[in-house]
Design a binder for this molecule. Structure first.
Ligand SMILES: [Zn+2]
Length: 296
């Protein structure tokens, strides 16, 4: 099964004006992706754009435009920004996918009204983007928000990062696939259908996922005291099955004052948020005073 590079030309209002998609094989060589991005930028009219933003899974050095570690792509220390800037003669910014989505929701979506919020995503992994005082919190060099590897149970099953009992192990598609196999469903979709049809075991799988996601969120709420949690990601299509348990865990068991007025809202931009967020970084850097620029 391959993966898709999705590209779009986005205007300053955060609206998608044109799209380009092309598939690639799993574990691609960086040179393959660099050519694909170059091709996409040219197809999308590179002479009229301010720059290229790339949102990518994994641990990203946003200052130097380097993908430090991406288990999904099988990459370590891949320099994407510099070779692309040379080829396109445009500024190129690299950002972690969930951080990009968080920026998109902050500028143009469900996070627009909050100066302090956490955007949590559920899909192949669990991710989080953190907005503090109106700015994305990137950490020392862009690696903040890896909530999927927050440890939930030190004696839990092994995570693909090498540690044990990470949130990813309990509340992502990896978890759902494991449970689908255990309960002899062909895939996650079948298990989801069974849950909606009232199958108690299938319902329990999604409720457990909500419970563990809630534990992760609760830790973030106690640490950061956000105004809101924006919940997004590909697996939101099953949110009716896991959200009630998620909300119950966050609200009932957070340190009381931190969760008192907490709002829990769905993300508004869907998967386009990854594209709009990548473009938002280009716009943000373009309009930033040169003395305040933090990205390469
Ligand atoms: Zn992990």
């Amino acid at each position: 099964e391959g993966t898709l590079l999705r590209a779009a030309r986005v205007n300053l209002a955060g609206e998608v004006r044109a799209r380009y998609e092309e598939g690639f094989d799993p574990s691609p060589k960086p040179s393959k992706i660099i050519s694909l991005v170059e091709k996409a930028a040219k197809r999308l009219n590179a002479e009229r754009i301010l720059g290229v933003g790339i949102s990518i899974s994994g641990f990203v050095d946003t200052i130097n435009g380097i993908d430090i570690y991406s288990p999904i792509l099988g990459w370590e220390n891949v320099d994407l920004a510099e070779p692309l800037e040379d080829r396109l003669d445009l500024p190129v910014h690299l950002e972690n996918d969930v951080n990009a989505l968080t920026l998109a929701e902050h500028w143009h979506g469900a996070g627009a009204d909050y100066r302090n919020f956490v955007c949590m995503t559920v899909g192949e992994g669990v991710g989080a983007g953190v907005v503090v005082d109106g700015s994305l919190y990137r950490g020392a060099f862009g690696g903040a928000g890896e909530v999927g590897h927050m440890m939930i149970d030190p004696s839990g099953p092994k995570c693909r990062c090498g540690e044990n009992g990470c949130l990813d192990v309990f509340a992502s598609d990896q978890y759902l696939r494991r449970e689908a196999t255990r309960l002899a469903y062909a895939d996650i979709d079948r298990m989801e259908q069974a849950a909606r049809a009232g199958d108690a075991q299938a319902i329990d799988v999604f409720e457990k996922m909500g419970y563990y996601l809630g534990i992760g969120a609760k830790n973030l709420v106690n640490l950061l005291n956000p105004q809101a949690i924006v919940l997004g990601g590909e697996r939101m299509e099953a949110s009716d099955l896991f959200s009630p348990a998620f909300e119950a865990e966050v609200r009932e068991h957070s340190f009381a004052e931190a969760a008192k007025d907490l709002e829990i809202v769905p993300a508004l931009l869907g998967e386009d948020g990854f594209l709009i967020g990548a473009a938002t970084i280009v716009a943000a850097e373009f309009f930033r005073l040169p003395t305040e620029r933090t990205l390469g």
